[in-house]
Design a protein around this ligand. Structure first.
Ligand code: CA
Length: 304
């Protein structure tokens, strides 16, 4: 019998189950290099240093194989078999990345993405048997970072996982800022205050502040916490207004226009709060200034 799915991972492919198990054993015996770089190659890192991955998959055999392969590459693995369990587990111990099946017994995986994206910033990779462009678009717009279709090659999934984790690492050091500057305004996300960026040189008591509404804060926060990234309209609508409002793109247009009027130097030609037509919005930070005064000097020149 010719097994057409050979080389691709399908839950019902015993040949591949065996192959994966053998690869794992070879790695354990040191006959094969594990895919993850172990540094000096000897010391097994502390559990706390291992990236924590949540695998959401209701097919027991596939879940087990994912678990074995991830553990062999020194990931700390948590598992869930339903949408409810996925949300509960990630809320109690937020993972560094989620691998998510869409066909779950209680709720659709796309709803899990929307729910997670209300607060969860780390990568989500969808692993699904649904191959239609519509399913992919829906998952990506809901906030997934990548989409792998079943049957899949384990090596490819692991490579994609490493890629999203790498991208996320870069973001952690550079982004999730407490303060960002847009135009003349310095935005303090923690205290929810907006003051003039050049307030430091202003005489005390005359610091100009700007008021944003709770809705504006909610939108702005989602955008600036993901500098440079596209945030889908569906994701924004769901996070700010909740499920059921995912088609109200007019709400977003209205509030984005107000945010631009308040924050951008030239709201008609925004530099920071950008629209990606038909997809969503993106916050583009300024490149880091060479020295503190430069930003203010530059804006003064632009104004003059
Ligand atoms: Ca499933």
């Amino acid at each position: 019998m010719v097994d057409l799915s050979r080389g691709r991972f399908s839950p019902d492919n015993p040949a591949l189950l065996l192959e994966n198990a053998m690869t794992w054993r070879q790695e354990q015996r040191g006959e094969r290099q594990p895919l993850r770089d172990l540094g000096d190659g000897r010391a097994r890192p502390d559990r706390a240093d291992m990236p924590r991955i949540l695998v959401v998959e209701d097919h027991a055999g596939l879940q087990r194989q994912l678990q074995i392969n991830l553990r062999a590459r020194l990931y700390d693995v948590m598992t869930a078999r339903s949408a409810w369990e996925a949300l509960a587990v990630s809320a109690s111990r937020p993972p560094d990345a989620v691998i998510l099946d869409l066909g779950l017994p209680d709720r659709d995986g796309t709803e899990v993405i929307l729910e997670l994206r209300r607060w969860y910033l780390s990568p989500i990779i969808v692993l699904s048997g649904r191959t239609s462009p519509d399913s992919k678009i829906a998952a990506l717009e809901a906030g997934a970072d990548d989409y792998v279709t079943k049957p899949f090659a384990m090596g490819e999934l692991l490579a994609r996982l490493r890629a999203v984790l790498r991208r996320n690492e870069g973001r952690v050091s550079y982004s999730r800022p407490d303060r960002v500057v847009i135009g003349h305004w310095q935005i303090d996300l923690a205290s929810q205050r907006v003051i003039r960026a050049d307030a430091a040189s202003a005489p005390s008591g005359s610091v100009e502040t700007l008021r944003l509404t709770p809705t504006e804060w909610a939108i702005l926060k989602l955008l600036v916490q993901r500098p440079g990234q596209l945030v889908g309209s569906v994701q924004l609508l769901n996070s700010v207004w909740g499920p059921g409002c995912q088609k109200r793109t007019n709400y977003l247009r209205f509030h984005m226009a107000r945010l631009r009027r308040k924050l951008e130097d030239n709201p008609a030609r925004p530099r920071h709060l950008l629209t990606e037509p038909g997809m969503g919005y993106r916050y583009l930070p300024d490149p880091r200034p060479m020295c503190e005064g430069l930003g203010a000097a530059e804006s003064a020149l632009a104004e003059g």
